[in-house]
Design a protein around this ligand. Structure first.
Ligand code: PMP
Length: 404
């Protein structure tokens, strides 16, 4: 017998679904699985502003393929900190590091809390909403966290379970626990707290000295406005709540495969020295895991974020993506209502961001995939970005068939 006995790992549900979609020869196959923006022609979309920057880079004789510093591209992550916290932030007080996109930021943030909090105790419990991005569990368990769940989605009434959420934060968490919050465009439900609800949530964080672990993978995708989408994070900062932000440029710059992201840690009593210590620990950790992070995506994001004309163009391209998604939400809801499909469908347009939790039982989702070649998650999450003017009617008709 060999020394290494390895059983096959269970497939990742989203990537397995994508593979099934790829292999399906059916002409009407529809991919509503993976959270990646698609044009109205159903194609991946390189943002024209990204393409512009790539052309500039190709002709820039000063660019090399040298290693990045251990903490990554400083101009990039400082610009990222300004994007999420606002231009007035003193970036010297933010402990930042470049990461392997949002996933890497979640990992590094979890590791930091696990080993250095506050800063010394070593957090053991982390709370995530039910449901949450599936990868949260694996990321946090990998670094030894016990993952607990707080209520978020009220499936029966297709709305936020705000009472359940607040009650758990108030009465079930221990002082100083870490709580994962989706900064905007909650994945998978597409349902965010209102400003008033965020204020109440922040109040509990203050009272119990909870640590806010903001996952920000969709800034700009919720409302089409990067500042509006950063409101909750900025409000928590204003209230002096200790927090970190996992920042991804996968969706809002379409840099998925380039693994472009950052982690920002901001404590209420931070000083440049505290921030530097945090960055140094994160850099040390990065060295042992991946040595340095990829340069390419960070250069693109940095250029866009720090060049006013390019930033303006990016802003308009985000608006274009988010408004196409809003149109598709309206079209899907409209068609289902026109067909008089049993149930209520208003939640599809009330939800925001890339995803909609349409509220079908698992068996109906399975039928949609097996019989009608529409690929969606078994919990009925659809990526609205996969809808377009050519397939939305087909999708509505098939939903109608599985519901009636
Ligand atoms: N957090 C959430 C909530 C997400 O939905 C995603 C993307 N699916 C990520 C983090 C990380 O994505 P990436 O690593 O591609 O930036």
């Amino acid at each position: 017998m060999s020394t290494l006995q390895v059983a096959k790992a269970k497939p990742d549900p989203i990537f397995a679904l994508a593979a099934r979609y790829q292999a399906d020869p059916h002409p009407k196959k529809t991919d509503l699985g993976i959270g990646a923006y698609r044009s109205n022609e159903g194609k991946p979309w390189v943002l024209p502003v990204v393409h512009e920057v790539e052309k500039l880079m190709a002709n820039d004789p000063t660019l090399t393929h040298e290693y990045s510093p251990l903490a990554g591209n400083k101009d990039f992550y400082e610009a990222g900190a300004r994007l999420i916290f606002g231009n007035d932030i003193d970036v010297k007080k933010v402990g930042s590091i470049q990461t392997l996109s949002g996933t890497g930021a979640n990992h590094m943030g979890a590791l930091l809390l696990r080993h250095y909090t506050p800063f010394g105790k070593g957090a053991k419990t982390i709370w995530v909403p039910t449901p949450t991005w599936g990868n949260h569990y694996q990321i946090f368990q990998t670094v030894g966290f016990e993952v607990k769940a707080y209520p978020y989605w009220d499936g029966e009434n297709k709305k936020l379970d705000f009472e359940g959420l607040l009650d758990t934060l108030k009465n079930k968490t221990a002082d100083g626990d870490t709580i994962v919050l989706h900064a905007c465009a909650h994945n998978p439900t597409g349902m965010d707290p209102t400003k008033e609800q965020w204020e109440q949530i922040a109040e509990v964080f203050k009272q119990k000295e909870l640590f806010a672990f903001f996952d920000s993978a969709y800034q700009g995708f919720a409302s089409g406005d990067v500042d509006r989408d950063a409101w909750a994070v900025r409000y928590f900062v204003e209230k002096g709540i200790d927090l970190l932000v996992c920042q991804s440029f996968s969706k809002n710059m379409g840099l998925y495969g380039e693994r472009c992201g950052a982690l920002h840690v901001l404590l209420h009593d931070s000083t440049p020295e505290v921030a530097e210590n945090i960055t140094s620990q994160l850099a040390y950790q990065t060295r042992g895991e991946v040595s340095t992070t990829p340069a390419f995506g960070s250069r693109i994001a940095q250029k866009i974020l720090t060049t006013p004309e390019l930033y303006k163009q990016w802003d308009s391209e985000i608006k274009l993506m988010s408004s196409r998604i809003i149109e598709m939400r309206k079209a899907l809801r409209g068609k289902l209502e026109e067909l008089k499909t049993p149930g209520t469908w208003n939640h599809i347009t009330e939800q925001i961001g890339m995803f909609s939790f349409i509220g079908l039982p698992e068996a109906s989702c399975k039928r949609l995939t097996d019989e009608f070649h529409i690929y969606l998650l078994p919990n009925s999450r659809i990526s609205v970005a996969g809808l377009n003017t050519s397939n939305v009617e087909y999708v509505a008709e098939c939903i109608h068939k599985v519901v009636t």
